[in-house]
Design a protein around this ligand. Structure first.
Ligand code: NAD
Length: 483
C-alpha cells in the first residue's frame, strides 16, 4: 500500500477531524492500494471558511484578472510537467489503461486551464442603452462578479479532467472552491490543489475534502457559506443534490448521465462508422457519460453492422493494463462490476441476443466483457437506462424520421453522432436530435472552447467555453443618474 492522503485545506494537508480514513481498492488486484481521509461536516466547515476568507477581503478578492491569468497559466504548466504522473494516478484508481488519460484527459485538462487563463482578464460587462424613467435619464452597465464559494463534486470516471472543467473556469471568474472528489479517485484532485499552491494561487482558494458523498458531499450542498454547487455524476445523486442545495437557493450546475444514440445511415462510410461506434462504446470500459451506447442502424445494413461491431468487440483484450497487448482494463469497482452484469442479465432476460460478451465471471479483478446486443427494441431496459460499462445495443430503423424519433425517445440528451455521407441529412438530423453535443461522422469533441452539457435528464447548465466561465459569475446591473 503506497500512501494515506489527507485533505488539503487552507494550503495545508490535514487529517479528517475525527482521524477517520477510507480504503481505496484497486479494481485490478482488489487489494487496498491507498488510503484517504474520510471527511466530516466539520472538515467541510473548515474548507468553506478558508475559501470564504479569500473572497471576503483575502488576496484573491482584489487580484486583477490579468494576475489570475498568469497564475492559472502557471498551474497549467505544472500540470503539464506532472501529466504522466497524474494520468497514472487516475488510471490506477479505476483500473484503466494509463495511455487513455495520457492521450485524452490530461491534454484536455491542460487545455482547459490555458483557455480559462485566457478568459480571466476578459470577463466583461455591458453598457446597455435604457429608456430611463419618469423623464429621468440614466446610464446602466453590468459587471460580472464571481458567484462566490463553489462546491465542486466530481465523479470517478475521468476525475482530473472533470475537476479541471470546474477549477479552471471558476478561478478565471475569481471564485474560490471546495472540491469533493469521488471516493474512488481522490488522489489527483489533491495533487491539483498542491500544484495550485506551487503556482502561487493563494492558500484557501482551492481546497479538497475527501470522503463519502452522503457525508461531505451533502455537507457542501447544505452549507450556508457555499454559493454554487457544480456537480458531475449520476442523475440519482443529481436529484438529491438539487433538493439539498435548493433550500438555500444555491446556483446549481448538473452534468449527468446519458444514453447517447449513434445513428448510422446506409450511405455512411461503414469502416469509419464501425471504428467510431466501437470507440464510443468501449473507451474507458464504456464508463463515459457520452458513451454512444444506443446504436441505431438503417435496417438494410443493421445485421451486418452488428456482426462487424461484435467482431471488433471480440478483438479487445481485457485484463491488467500493465500487461502487453491489453487494451481494456477493469471497471472501477465491485459496484460497477455488479451493475454491468445486472444489466447484461436483464438484457438476456428481456429477450435480446448477446452477439459477443455476456455475463462475466468474477475471478480476481473487476473485469467485465465487452458486449453487443442485437434483437433489441428501444423499450428494453438495456436501451433506456445508463449501464456505464462496455455494453451496446443495436436497434434497426427504416427512415430518417424514425431514426430521429428513436434517438429522441430517451430521458437523456447528452451526446449523439450521425454517420452519413449526405451532409445535408447530417445537419438536418443533428438539428433535430435533442442533445447537448452532436457529431457528424466524428465524436462531438470535448474541447475547452466549446460548451459541454446535456438536455433533459442529462443535466442543467454548461461547462467550458464562454458559457462555462459565465456560469461562475453573477451579472450585476449598476445605474447612474445622468444630469
Ligand atoms: P455518483 O453520482 O455516484 O457520484 C458522483 C459524486 O457525487 C461523487 O463524488 C460522490 O461521492 C458524490 N455524492 C454521492 N452521494 C452524494 C450526496 N448525497 N450528496 C452529495 N454528493 C454525493 O456518480 P459516479 O458513479 O461517480 O459517476 C458516474 C456518473 O457520472 C454517470 O452517471 C455518468 O454519466 C456521470 N458523468 C457525467 C458527465 C457529464 O459531463 N455529463 C461526465 C462524467 C460522468
Amino acid at each position: 500500500m503506497s500512501q494515506t492522503s489527507q485533505h488539503f485545506i487552507q494550503g495545508r494537508s490535514r487529517d479528517a477531524s475525527d482521524g477517520a480514513t477510507m480504503d481505496l481498492i484497486s479494481p485490478i488486484t482488489e487489494r487496498v492500494h491507498a488510503r484517504a481521509a474520510r471527511g466530516t461536516a466539520a472538515d467541510i466547515d473548515a474548507a468553506v471558511a478558508a475559501a470564504r476568507a479569500q473572497l471576503d477581503g483575502g488576496a484573491w478578492s482584489t487580484m486583477p484578472g490579468s494576475q489570475r491569468a498568469i497564475l492559472i497559466n502557471k498551474l497549467a504548466d505544472l500540470v503539464e510537467r506532472d501529466a504522466d504522473k497524474i494520468a497514472d494516478m487516475d488510471a490506477s484508481c479505476i483500473g484503466r489503461p494509463p495511455i487513455e488519460p495520457r492521450l485524452l484527459d490530461l491534454p484536455n485538462a491542460i487545455g482547459t486551464l490555458r483557455t480559462s487563463a485566457g478568459w480571466a482578464d476578459k470577463i466583461e460587462g455591458r453598457s446597455i442603452p435604457t429608456a430611463g424613467y419618469m423623464g429621468i435619464k440614466t446610464l446602466s452597465y453590468t459587471r460580472r462578479e464571481p458567484v462566490g464559494v463553489v462546491g465542486a463534486i466530481v465523479p470517478w470516471n475521468t476525475p482530473f479532467m472533470i475537476t479541471s472543467w470546474k477549477v479552471g473556469p471558476a478561478l478565471a471568474a475569481g471564485c474560490a472552491l471546495v472540491i469533493k472528489p469521488s471516493e474512488e479517485t481522490p488522489l489527483s484532485a489533491l495533487h491539483l490543489a498542491a500544484l495550485c499552491q506551487e503556482a502561487g494561487i493563494p492558500d484557501g482558494v482551492v481546497n479538497v475534502v475527501t470522503g463519502v458523498g452522503e457525508v461531505v458531499g451533502h455537507a457542501l450542498c447544505v452549507h450556508p457559506g457555499v454559493d454554487k454547487i457544480t456537480f458531475t455524476g449520476s442523475p440519482e445523486v443529481g436529484r438529491l443534490i438539487q433538493r439539498a442545495a435548493g433550500d438555500s437557493f444555491k446556483r446549481i450546475a448538473l452534468e449527468l448521465g446519458g444514453k447517447s444514440p449513434q445513428i448510422v445511415f446506409d450511405d455512411a462510410s461503414l469502416e469509419q462508422a464501425i471504428q467510431g461506434c466501437a470507440m464510443g462504446l468501449f473507451f474507458n470500459q464504456g464508463q463515459v457519460c457520452a458513451a454512444g451506447s444506443r446504436i441505431l442502424v438503417q435496417r438494410g445494413i443493421a445485421d451486418q453492422f452488428a456482426k462487424t461491431l461484435a467482431g471488433a468487440a471480440a478483438s479487445i483484450k481485457v485484463g491488467d493494463p500493465a500487461q502487453a497487448g491489453v487494451n481494456m482494463g477493469a471497471v472501477a469497482s465491485k459496484a460497477q462490476f455488479d451493475r454491468v452484469n445486472r444489466y447484461v442479465r436483464k438484457g438476456l432476460d428481456e429477450g435480446a441476443t448477446a452477439l459477443v460478451g455476456g455475463v462475466a465471471e468474477h475471478g480476481t479483478g473487476y473485469f467485465v466483457r465487452p458486449t453487443v446486443f442485437a434483437n433489441v427494441s428501444n423499450s428494453m431496459t438495456i436501451a433506456r437506462e445508463e449501464i456505464f460499462g462496455p455494453v451496446g445495443v443495436v436497434i434497426p430503423f427504416d427512415t430518417e424520421e424514425q431514426a430521429i424519433a428513436l434517438a429522441n425517445d430517451s430521458v437523456y440528451g447528452l451526446g449523439a453522432t450521425v454517420w452519413t455521407n449526405d451532409i445535408t441529412r447530417g445537419h438536418k438530423v443533428a438539428h433535430a436530435v435533442k442533445a447537448g453535443a452532436v457529431g457528424i461522422n466524428c465524436w462531438a469533441p470535448i474541447d475547452p472552447r466549446l460548451p459541454w452539457g446535456g438536455m433533459k435528464s442529462s443535466g442543467i447548465g454548461r461547462e467550458c467555453g464562454l458559457a462555462g466561465v459565465h456560469a461562475y459569475t453573477e451579472e450585476k446591473v449598476i445605474t447612474l443618474l445622468l444630469p
